[in-house]
Design a protein around this ligand. Structure first.
Ligand SMILES: *[C@@H]1O[C@H](CO)[C@@H](O)[C@H](O)[C@H]1NC(C)=O
Ligand SMILES: *[C@@H]1O[C@H](CO)[C@@H](O)[C@H](O)[C@H]1NC(C)=O
Ligand SMILES: *[C@@H]1O[C@H](CO)[C@@H](O)[C@H](O)[C@H]1NC(C)=O
Length: 293
């Protein structure tokens, strides 16, 4: 712990007395940040700077990997590469670190926690991330201009489609059979399809001290927006909230355990569109900073 010497003066009668006192300065845990799709570390610099301003002395690493077009590379590839960096950062901070992921970066971050269960992440903040999948083409038109939501599965549920990050978490509620057959990523990290890694995946999440899921109805890109809270469509496109879904009820990946232990916080905010979560001052001050101790 760093100490800071303060000089305190007070008037006693006619005399001015000054004393020096030692005050301890709060030491904040280091933070690792992962950016969203089609952007890079530069998009998260503003947030990092604001955190440093409010919490002086915080060490922050913003991943420089998979910026721009390379953010479309397969999820597992990104998870393993960024995960190695995170584990290195974690190793030099044995007191523990915090992790923030924005948009696709929040899904990468979550899978890193599961793939590297020896991590020492205390608080993980998922900022508007498609944790239960995506069934909307809003931002995808930048990449696939002619993509139509109803038929996008034909592209994504194929060997080729699985070579894109979006294909790995595209979750078409009308094509669940193909989703489970083709998707190489989401059904596994959600433990909806069991693998030899399932227990490990669960352990990697359960050991968190806090899981903060932030999202809201005016997001406009994450579809349904409740995917940011692990809620999702059923086959009739009705949204089922996290606590009513099998993933939670069966505690497949540890959400229920976290919840019952008071470690899971859902934050729902209106008035924030998808591209503003990481730059909105209210979101940062009220719903991110208080969790970064
Ligand atoms: C962003 O990442 C690039 C590539 O890794 C790196 O050269 C640059 O220093 C990083 N910038 C910041 C602000 O982290
Ligand atoms: C399931 O996926 C495999 C490729 O991973 C494919 O060969 C097979 O035809 C698919 N089955 C169905 C029913 O789509
Ligand atoms: C910032 O977030 C608050 C909700 O916390 C919202 O009411 C406001 O509209 C947002 N502002 C912008 C510019 O997104």
């Amino acid at each position: 712990m760093k100490t800071k010497v303060l000089v305190a003066c007070l008037c006693v009668g006619a005399a001015l007395c000054c004393v020096t006192i030692e005050a301890s300065e709060k030491k904040y845990k280091p933070i690792f940040i992962i950016h969203g799709i089609l952007s890079g570390n530069e998009s998260m610099v503003e947030m990092a700077k604001k955190i440093e301003l409010e919490h002086p002395g915080t060490e922050i690493q913003v991943t420089g990997r998979f910026g721009g077009w390379s953010s479309l590379e397969p999820m597992w590839h990104q998870v393993l590469e960024i995960g190695k960096d995170l584990m290195q950062f974690a190793a030099s901070h044995p007191e523990g670190i915090h992790l923030i992921g924005y948009s696709q970066g929040g899904l990468i971050a979550r899978a890193i926690l599961q793939q590297f269960p020896n991590h020492n992440v205390k608080t993980f903040i998922s900022l508007s991330s498609p944790q239960a999948g995506q069934y909307g083409t809003e931002f995808l038109h930048l990449i696939f201009p002619t993509l139509v939501r109803k038929t996008a599965y034909e592209l994504f549920y194929s060997a080729v489609g699985q070579h894109t990050s979006v294909g790995n978490y595209w979750n078409d509620p009308h094509e669940q059979r193909l989703f489970y057959n083709y998707s190489r990523f989401l059904p596994y990290v959600n433990n909806e399809l069991l693998s030899s890694r399932s227990e490990v995946y669960k352990h990697g999440l359960i050991k968190l001290e806090r899981l903060i899921l932030i999202g809201g109805p005016d997001d406009g890109v994450i579809t349904p927006w409740q995917s940011s809270h692990f809620g999702y469509y059923n086959e009739k496109e009705e949204v089922i909230d996290m606590r009513q879904r099998e993933t939670y009820k069966e505690d497949l990946c540890g959400l229920k355990t976290l919840d019952l232990n008071g470690k899971l916080t859902l934050v729902e905010l209106s008035g924030v569109s998808h591209l503003h979560w990481h730059t909105n001052a209210t979101v940062l001050e009220k719903f991110i900073l208080p969790f970064l101790d």
